[in-house]
Structure formats: C-alpha cells, structure tokens
Design a protein around this ligand. Structure first.
Ligand code: ADP
Ligand code: MG
Ligand code: ZN
Length: 481
C-alpha cells in the first residue's frame, strides 16, 4: 500500500418511469404487471410506417420535474433518435433527447453524513422511451420478449460528478424519489423497476482535483445494490491504481449474487449512437401559456413543507422531517392536526402509534385502517381528559381492527375516564386506608410514594381514574389544611 488517501467520485443517471396513463408515443396503457405483449401496438413495437405522436402529459411531467429541481427549461426542445441494436428495442433506435433536453442545469440539496447541506448539481433531465423486457428462460434454453414496457415514458436525470460516498448517493436518490412522489409524476417503485440507476464512478488521490477514469454500472434497482456497487467498485479501482494499472473506461454489469461487476462493453461514445433529430416528431415548443399552466401544477416541495411544519405547527425538527418524508403522510398529519386542534399530540400519535401500526400491517399511509379524521377525534378525547393514555391506546387498537369511530368505542365499552371528583375521593380514601405504610412514607417526605398510591387508584378503578386528578386528590386528602 502506498499510503495515499483516495476519494470516490460518483455521478448518477437516474431513470424514472412516468405515471402517465398511456405510453409516450402511442395510446397503449402503461400499467405494470399486465399479461405479456398485451399492451402493444404498431407504434410501440416499431412496425414500418407507424408514426409516433408525443404524449403531452409526458412533456408536462418532464418540465414539472425540472421546475421542482431548479432546472432551466428549454422552451424549444426536440426528440432525437439514439441508434443501437438490442433485442428489447424493436425499432433498433430509442427516441430520446440529445442536445436540447427539456431541462438543464439544476440542483438538489442533500444532507451529508456530518449533517451539512450539500448541493448536487443536475446536468440535465430529458424525456425518452423505455425498452421492452427480456425474460430469460431457465437453463439458457432461450429468451422471451415482453414488449409491454416498450414506449413507456422515462425521465433520465443526469447529475454532475458531485457525490463522494454511498451515503451521499443514497441521500440524493431518496431526495429525487421524494420530489417525484410529491409532484406525482412517478411512483418510483424500485422493486417494479420504475426507478433505476446507473452509477458512474471513478477514484482519485484525495489531494487531486482532476477526474479519474470512470466506469458506469448499469441498471441498479435497489439502494442495497447501489451501495454494494459503490463499495466494490471503489475498492477495485483503488487496487488497480495502487498497482499502477490504469482503470479502463467501460460499462459494467452488477451481479447481485456474486457481489461483483463484470464488463458488459467497452464504453461507447456519443458518436457511436449516430444521434439525429427524429423526423417523425415535430420540435417541442413550450410557449408562455403552456409554461404557466405547467407551473400551476407545482405543489409545495418537501424542503419547503418541512420548514413550514416547524414554523407553523412548532414541531421538533426530526418529527417535521419524518412527517414530510412522504407527501401522503404529510397530508395525513395536516388533516389530523386540523381535526384534533392539537399539533403536538397529533404529531406524537402519528410518529408513534400510527407508524407502528402501518409497519405491522405492512400498508402505506393511504391505506391506513385509521383515517386522519378518526385519529383527530381520538386526540380530542385525550386532550379533553375524557380518556386516559392507556385507554386511548386501547381505543386506537379497536379502531384499527374494527374501523369503529372513537366515540362509539368509548361509549359502547364505557371507557370514559373517571374525572368526577366525588367518585375519585371515595376511591382515594379507600386506597389511603388500605396502604398505611405508603401514606407514612409520603408523610415522612418520600415524594415517590404518591406514584404507588396513584397506581393503586388506577387498579381500584380498573384503569379508569384520571391519573392527574387522582394525584391531586390524594395529595389534598393526605395534607389536610
Ligand atoms: P455519457 O453520456 O457518456 O454517459 P456523461 O458525460 O453524460 O457521459 O456522464 C454520465 C455521468 O457520468 C454523469 O452523471 C457524470 O456526472 C458522470 N461522470 C462523468 N465523468 C465522471 C468521472 N470521471 N467520475 C465519475 N463520474 C463521472
Ligand atoms: Mg451514460
Ligand atoms: Zn403502443
């Protein structure tokens, strides 16, 4: 070992499938999971003479993605043909964008491991079409082609080489995913392939400013494999440099089982693709009226919403980050806070019990068995002191399994907390009489003894006593003035 410290340099190309109802150049549905080769037509299967027509929604989604990531929008844009042969690409070219992408020069902010904010620059975002899917039969007996995915609209988001670790790459991807979900242009389901990522990586001596020679590992679809690729590729390249062997620029394939990369092809250059403007599609002009229309779809973005949650609802920073990590969860919170009229209690219940419940049931917040209005009502009962904390948990569990309203659960199971002081005094007197030792301890100055006595009152009342009032009454009865 030379003792030189190395730095990893990472640039990502992220592919995001757009959630338009139909494909980008034809009217076929984009829906995932349909029977093979049932969502196809002459256009998306590349039949001679078939003509593409651009999906306006896909253009709008691409522009929206650019607006949400501080990009400049190219109001004049066009589609280009990228020529290459692959069995899942029936036309033998992909319609993509070359020198006039819809969006360029943006950035996103991520949080680094040390808690600092770092800008990751975006080089461009362009619109293109997805390819089909090859299904390899067992024992290498052949490969089958499913063309349902041919022509599904894709965004390609290309970063500058600004990331320095797997953690930064992950943080960037999480941020992209969150933004795409907020603006509702993609579901970004990595496991269904609607978000995939190519990792470009080089290493260099930490003291150097020059970029090293990179490799590009294609088509990663989990955070775990992205992290593993970054670690293994860094180690491989550092080892080469240590041995004085130059890294060869190449496109790599990641083998998840073997945990190693292999060379797919030596890196092709742009000229290999013989890009040229697609003669079947008119240039795209986003005029002022259309641009303003697209801008009007831009919702409040995750960062802004997080800051507003801290300011408006006075939430702790970590809770605000957690609640805004998902637009649906943030919506849920705002609805529950409104019904309950209690920002902090709503935050407490959602980040605690509700998230626990969703995890246990393995459902998303949109499918929560308890809606935000119902949770808000439960919180009202808690805040009014009508039920105790432990009763509230019980009601919550019943709500989750039966869907009943908190009011009807509390009424039908006579869960209402005893806050009637006459009734509580009776119980307190009994508890004082039956526990002379604790009373003695308390009177001798052992403040803690009161906790035990309150506990006894809870037991006597089968958990229904209002613990705060119970404590007050005990104190009063034991300290006659
Ligand atoms: P290509 O079109 O050949 O893939 P680009 O210049 O568009 O090449 O770069 C693709 C990606 O590779 C970008 O995300 C970019 O940031 C990244 N990249 C370029 N050079 C390097 C490098 N030396 N090390 C790491 N990443 C790099
Ligand atoms: Mg590339
Ligand atoms: Zn089609």
């Amino acid at each position: 070992m030379s003792g030189i410290a190395y730095e990893t340099v990472i640039g990502l190309e992220v592919h995001v499938e757009l959630s338009t109802l139909t494909k980008v150049f034809c009217g076929c549905p984009t829906e995932f999971g349909a029977e093979e080769n049932t969502h196809c037509c002459p256009v998306c299967t590349g039949m001679p003479g078939a003509l593409p027509v651009i999906n306006k929604k896909a253009v709008e989604y691409a522009v929206l993605a650019g607006l949400a990531t501080h990009c400049e929008i190219n109001r004049y844009s066009k589609m280009d043909r990228k020529n290459y042969f692959y069995p899942d690409l029936p036309k033998a070219y992909q319609i993509s964008q070359y020198d006039l992408p819809l969006c360029k020069s943006g950035f996103l902010e991520i949080e680094t491991e040390s808690g600092e904010t770092k800008k990751i620059r975006l080089n461009r975002i362009h619109l293109e079409e997805d390819a089909g899917k090859l299904v390899h039969a067992p024992n290498h007996s052949g490969s089958l082609l499913d063309m349902n995915r041919c022509g599904v609209p894709l965004l390609e988001i290309v970063t500058e080489p600004d990331m320095r670790s797997a953690q930064e790459a992950r943080s960037f991807l999480e941020s992209i995913k969150k933004i795409m979900e907020y603006i509702q242009i993609s579901d970004c389901k990595m496991e269904e392939g609607s978000m995939r990522c190519d990792v470009n990586l080089s290493v260099r001596p930490a003291s150097s400013d020059a970029l090293g020679i990179r490799t590009e590992t294609k088509n990663l679809n989990s955070f775990r494999s992205i992290t593993r690729v970054i670690e293994s590729e860094t180690a491989r390249q550092v080892q080469l440099l240590e041995q004085g062997v130059p890294v060869v620029q190449a496109t790599l394939h990641w083998d998840e089982d073997a945990g190693e990369t292999s060379v797919l092809r030596l890196k092709e250059e742009a000229q290999d693709y013989r890009y040229f403007p697609d003669p079947d599609l008119a240039p795209i002009h986003v005029d002022d009226a259309w641009f303003a229309h697209i801008q009007s779809f831009l919702p409040e973005l995750p960062e802004a919403r997080r800051k507003r949650f801290i300011e408006q609802y006075k939430l702790p920073a970590d809770a605000a980050a957690l609640l805004t990590s998902d637009a649906a969860l943030a919506d849920y919170y705002e609805a529950a806070a409104e019904t309950s009229q209690s920002n902090l209690t709503a935050c407490h219940w959602i980040t605690g019990e509700l998230l626990r419940l969703l995890k246990e049931k393995e459902v998303t917040v949109s499918d929560s068995p308890i809606g935000p209005g119902a949770l808000g009502q439960l919180i009202q009962f808690i805040d009014r002191g009508a039920i105790s904390g432990s009763q509230a948990k019980e009601v919550f569990d019943i709500m989750a399994s039966t869907g009943e309203s908190p009011e009807s659960i509390i009424r039908s199971r006579s869960l209402v907390q005893i806050s009637d002081s006459g009734q509580l005094e009776e119980i307190a007197a009994r508890v004082i009489q039956n526990n002379p030792k604790s009373v003695g301890d308390y009177l001798a100055g052992k403040e803690k003894a009161i906790g035990f006595l309150v506990g006894q009152m809870m037991k006597e009342s089968k958990g229904k006593a209002n613990p705060k009032l119970a404590g007050e009454i005990l104190t009063r009865l034991m300290n006659p003035s």
